[in-house]
Design a protein around this ligand. Sequence first.
Ligand code: ATP
Ligand code: MG
Length: 139
Amino acid sequence: MAIERTLSILKPDAVKNNITGKINSYIESSGLKIIAQKMMLLTKKQAELFYEIHKDRSFFGELVEFMTSGPVIVQVLVGKNAVSKYRQIMGATDPKQAEKGTIRGDFADDISENRVHGSDSLENARKEIDFFFAEHELV
Ligand code: ATP
Ligand code: MG
């Protein structure tokens, strides 16, 4: 099993609802380690670039507006198969489809406010980590 890094974002709805500690406890209980973490307010440009892959989707404008609506916490997680493991504990994109015991299954109701982001491949994890962090910030 490979030790991987993945990028996590606790989205504005997680910060607003004061559940970032609860989400971190799901992450830590899974065995993943948080090796970097910072709170920031994304600019429109950053959110558009980060979700560029979805730029032609009908929900893109709404997604960018939501992601810039308040502070987020960006994190780097490390562990065995971190990319797929975090996707598992996040649960399905649509919280209505997400299993109980997952972050989205337990804390979210709506696909447009689904509490967390996690990289979907090792290649994207590398790009997304570089997008937010310098190597010296990963401890
Ligand atoms: P994320 O990239 O945020 O981790 P994901 O990988 O599970 O989520 P994506 O397909 O990458 O899902 O979609 C990115 C985000 O866009 C979703 O988290 C969700 O908030 C929003 N989104 C996706 N599909 C829809 C939709 N049909 N309607 C509204 N918002 C959507
Ligand atoms: Mg995605």
